[in-house]
Design a protein around this ligand. Structure first.
Ligand code: FES
Ligand SMILES: [Fe+2]
Length: 399
């Protein structure tokens, strides 16, 4: 029998529950319960900037008193965009008739109205709360009465006197930051975070060695487990010198990764970075990262090595010869066709993560508070389990 040909196959479909991020969708409402980074702090300036997140177009600016603001772009007067507005001490002034809006959407001036607007408080320019931390501007797009505390991450709080925090926007996983807007669903990268096997195949043995040479060794033991804050994997490798390398990597709810060091000769230490996978809309995402650096350093990541070239320098044939994360993830299409997947043993982490996401979306739809949402400072600390941990069998302490 010539079974399994392409003829007559089912129309493929994606799991919209996972991929749709707009307001009113199960995933979009769940994602809106969290603070999401929307820009580097250095990108919030007196020059209005377009920002798109979770399917919403917004305008980011910083008033001349230094406060960042994030407003709906269509001016509440007659709808022109605030992209052409001018920033003043107290807010942003629309170019058309000069209405002035504060960072909280309050209308502060209507210059063509009697007494500068006797009724200017009848409406408010739609706005979202923003806060800054770790060099990033975070926005909260959810129901105001459910606004949580902006969380802290222990690995970014407990830093040495010779260290600083550096933030970067990366986007698609090209390794050189050349594509800040990745042209495919956020779920592709989310899945990738909890996939230790592609580190061995894609990054180490199929292509050239893109990360550490230690990843050439296939992990002999892989566990996936739920943590208090998401899903982790532990991938254990036998090093030639007798030590074991236990690499613990984490997916943190709702769309955060903490991947331990990947470059060079790996050291015994905890992860030093947090990365946010921020959906722009159903078909695009960007990423922001914040991590510790030694004071004076200017890079959070070294560009990935593709046979001596960066991703942007490669020819199409070289992309075929040495594909990396971008090729593998973009190759899954704009939105994964989940009905065509055949998840296997090695995908246990992805199954666990997707199951948790759906449970959390249901919880939010039923009025509950999702994991990693906290309303008091003490509970708003997220402990990150990730790291590269070396140990010698038979010895208690790690080296
Ligand atoms: S459209 Fe903005 S002030 Fe008139
Ligand atoms: Fe990867």
């Amino acid at each position: 029998m010539d079974g399994g040909t392409g003829y007559g196959r089912q129309t493929p479909r994606c799991e919209a529950d996972l991929t749709e991020v707009g307001a009113g969708t199960p995933c979009g409402e769940w994602l809106r319960r969290f603070w999401q980074p929307v820009a580097l702090s250095s990108d919030a300036t007196v020059r209005p900037k377009k920002v798109r997140i979770l399917g919403e177009d917004l305008i980011l600016f910083r008033d001349r008193k230094g406060r960042p603001g994030l407003l709906y772009p269509r001016c509440m007067h007659r709808g022109t965009t605030l992209y052409y507005g001018k920033v003043e001490d107290e807010g942003i002034r629309c170019c058309y008739h000069g209405w002035l809006f504060g960072v909280d959407g309050t209308c502060l001036d209507q210059p063509c109205e009697p007494e500068h607007g006797l009724h200017r408080d009848v409406a408010r320019q739609p706005w979202y709360p923003v806060e800054e931390r770790y060099g990033l501007v975070f926005a909260y797009l959810g129901p105001p009465e459910k606004k949580p505390i902006l969380p802290r991450y222990d690995i970014l709080e407990e830093i040495g006197a010779d260290q600083d925090i550096l933030a970067r926007q990366m986007g698609a996983q090209t390794g050189d930051g050349t594509m800040p807007v990745a042209p495919y669903s956020w779920v592709h990268l989310n899945d990738n975070v909890i996939d230790p096997y592609h580190v061995y195949v894609l990054h180490s043995t199929f292509s050239n060695v893109q990360f550490s040479h230690q990843f050439i060794i296939k992990p002999h033991k892989v566990d996936f487990f739920y943590s208090d804050v998401g899903v982790c994997y532990s991938a254990v490798r036998q090093m030639p010198d007798g030590r074991e390398l236990d690499r613990v990597s984490s997916f943190i709810m709702p769309c955060i990764m903490s991947v331990p060091d990947t470059r060079g000769d790996l050291q015994h230490r905890r992860s030093s970075r947090i990365g946010w996978i921020v959906p722009i809309d159903d078909e695009h995402f960007t990423t922001f990262s914040a991590g510790t650096i030694t004071k004076g350093e200017t890079a959070l990541f070294q560009p990935l090595d593709f046979n001596g070239k960066t991703w942007a320098q490669m020819t199409d044939a070289e992309h075929q010869d040495t594909p990396g994360d971008y090729e593998a993830q973009a190759g899954q299409g704009t939105i994964s066709l989940h009905s065509e997947e055949h998840l296997a043993q090695s995908d246990r982490g992805i199954v666990m993560m997707r199951r948790l996401l759906k449970e959390q979306m249901k919880l939010v739809a039923e009025g509950g508070d999702p994991i990693n949402v906290a309303y008091d400072e003490k509970s708003a600390i997220i402990k990150v389990p990730s790291g590269n941990f070396f140990r010698t069998p038979g010895k208690a302490a790690a080296e």
